[in-house]
Design a protein around this ligand. Structure first.
Ligand code: PMP
Length: 400
């Protein structure tokens, strides 16, 4: 067996010895540096941001805004002002759906999605389409589970105002060629929103260079806290968008006659923000960057290759997605419900996800109610994959 290429397991206090945590696509475990940053923020340096005149609050404001600047640098944004803190990818997509699409779309306009999208990159568009009279089109997949950009190119028209696609599929792990998708969208005058939830923990991301117009991700899949996420938008798009929620901190001046709004990103951050979440995210980004995303991608690709080879050698196992998927392997066993696979693997201390993965249209296309999914993180090693393969062999023996 190859030696562990990344020696990070000791950084993760919630992963006990011998437990193969293979559900990072759902949420990543937290390194001690993130736990410490959160404990320090609540236990030593805590105060509100933006409003206090006292030193502690001024310091916390600096720390909160430093987190924004760190995110900007991490994803290649032109300025921290392009970074809106949200609760997660779901809220980021809903914000764009309501504040951008909701004000731009007209009856007869169209939105292009793909068959592999997560429900959070489907339902917000259905809601805004219903409200505006726009319609939704769905780009198909190639045989190996990538978004079929040739097919999408043939479907795109000047009625399409938005293309919204996952950078990495949470079920298949397939990686989108974002610059190619952006070129197709822009050729017909549409904007491109990229759901980067599964990409940001696995691949280097440079939003502006890739040609995206909006990019969203969740902190908790990037080894950071829950309840904090990021919406990046091109400044001219954010500038033109009306506010999302009303309240404190998003205003310029309030009177009962008329209220004017703060410029982005404050305009979209009504109320006291998730201050400590932002600080935790900052620590998580520092942690990931210190390892390096090219290193993380290579590490996870080796685990994917090992898993696909080991599982693929078991007769009744059907593998989904391409060989070069990013950190995620979905599979099914003929005649065995994925929930049974998950339960039996749990007895061997292997934690995987079994279900529809919030991608029911993709499950329908695969002709399955659910799949089993193993997904990797920096803390996994070849022994975790070996435990997975051994556990799946046991499942096939139990079910004869
Ligand atoms: N998009 C993708 C591709 C995801 O994997 C997820 C989380 N499973 C989401 C969106 C939604 O993220 P959250 O629940 O953190 O808002």
């Amino acid at each position: 067996m190859a030696t562990r290429p990344l020696d990070t397991l000791a950084d993760f206090p919630a992963i006990p010895a011998g437990w193969a945590y293979l559900d990072t696509a759902a949420t990543a475990q937290k390194p001690q540096v993130v736990v410490d940053a959160i404990a320090r923020a609540y236990g030593e340096t805590y105060a509100t941001v933006h409003r206090g005149v006292y030193q502690r609050s001024a310091d916390m404001t600096l720390a909160y805004e430093a987190a924004r600047a760190r995110v900007a640098r991490f994803i290649g944004a032109g300025s921290p002002d392009e970074i809106v803190f949200v609760r997660g990818a779901t809220e980021g997509i809903n914000l764009v759906a309501q504040c951008w699409a909701g004000t731009v779309l007209k009856p007869g306009d169209r939105i292009m999605l793909s068959l592999l999208e997560h429900h959070s990159n489907i339902v917000p568009w259905q809601m805004v389409a219903e409200r505006t009279g726009a319609a939704i089109d769905v780009a198909p997949l190639t045989a190996d589970g990538r978004i079929d950009l040739d097919a999408m190119a043939a479907m795109l028209t000047e009625r399409h105002k938005l293309v919204a696609l996952a950078h990495v599929s949470n079920v298949l792990g397939s990686i989108l060629d974002v610059p190619a998708a952006a070129a197709l969208a822009h050729r017909v005058g549409a904007k491109l929103l990229v759901d980067g939830c599964q990409a940001v923990p696995r691949l280097p991301v440079d939003v502006a260079a890739m040609g995206a117009d909006f990019y969203v991700f969740s902190g908790h899949k990037l080894y950071g806290p829950t309840g904090i996420g990021v919406l990046w938008g091109r400044p001219e798009l954010l500038d033109a968008m009306p506010p999302w929620q009303g309240g404190g901190a998003m205003i310029d001046r309030v009177t009962f006659e008329k209220t004017t709004y703060a410029p982005p990103p404050g305009r979209f951050e009504a109320g006291t923000p998730h201050i400590v979440g932002a600080l935790g995210l900052h620590a998580a980004i520092d942690y990931v960057d210190a390892i390096g995303l090219p290193t993380i991608h290579a590490h996870e690709s080796a685990l994917v290759a090992q898993a696909r080879e080991g599982l693929g050698a078991i007769n009744s196992v059907r593998l989904f997605g391409p060989d070069d998927s990013a950190g995620i392997v979905s599979f099914a066993i003929e005649g065995v419900h994925p929930h049974d696979i998950g339960t039996i693997l749990d007895e061997s201390r292997v934690a995987i996800r079994a279900g529809h993965h919030c991608a029911q249209p993709l499950m329908d296309a695969l002709g399955l109610p659910a799949t089993a999914r193993a997904s990797f993180g920096v803390y996994n090693g070849p022994e975790d994959v070996a435990a997975l393969v051994k556990g799946v062999e046991r499942v096939t023996r139990i079910f004869g």
